[in-house]
Design a protein around this ligand. Structure first.
Ligand SMILES: [Zn+2]
Length: 177
């Protein structure tokens, strides 16, 4: 795993970095076999610009090939969510509304998302909270005393944004959206 590089909060920073410091994306080890030698292997394009015009799409995502097992892997900056097209900030906004007790209908109306999407994200968060909380607490002991889904995430999101929390979980080998 470890798909997310803990840097580059904006797409502009990411675009500069892939040109000026591409080595900052190179994983130390192959996620498949653990070998320590990976070569840059071009880029693939990812929709990542959520602005109206989407002028920065497609964003290049660096890919690497393992010299031992020959498989490839890619690394994403913090500003690109691995499995969801939506920006982390929007996901955090809608989840925060739910965490503070707003109704699904209300959270959807306030963020412009469909109720289906809000329901799915909310269910996803609740289902994984116990597992995620276990990992985040072992890294951030100050989260240790909170109980319940809402209390835990309110404490966590006041300590770090959702993208950072997910990047830590990704580093622990967990699947994040
Ligand atoms: Zn390998």
């Amino acid at each position: 795993m470890d798909r997310i590089v803990h840097a580059f909060l904006t797409l502009e920073q990411h675009l500069r970095a892939v040109v000026s410091t591409p080595q900052s994306y190179r994983p130390s080890h192959c996620p498949h076999c653990g070998f320590g030698g990976l070569w840059g292997h071009a880029f693939y394009g990812r929709k990542a610009d959520h602005s109206n015009g989407g002028e920065l799409n497609p964003a290049p995502v660096p890919r690497f090939r393992c010299l031992s097992c020959n498989r490839t892997c890619s690394r994403l900056p913090l500003c690109i969510c691995p499995r969801r097209w939506y920006a982390w900030a929007l996901q955090q906004r809608v989840l925060s509304l739910m965490l503070f007790g707003l109704s699904l209908r209300c959270a959807a109306a306030l963020t412009g998302l469909s109720r289906h999407t809000v329901r799915r994200w909310w269910a996803w968060l609740r289902e994984r909270t116990e597992h995620f909380a276990f990992h985040l607490r072992s890294r951030f002991p100050e989260l240790g005393r909170t109980e319940g889904v809402a209390t835990f995430w309110r404490a966590c999101l006041s300590l770090m944004p959702l993208d950072k929390a997910m990047a830590w979980l990704d580093r622990d080998g967990l699947i994040v959206p």
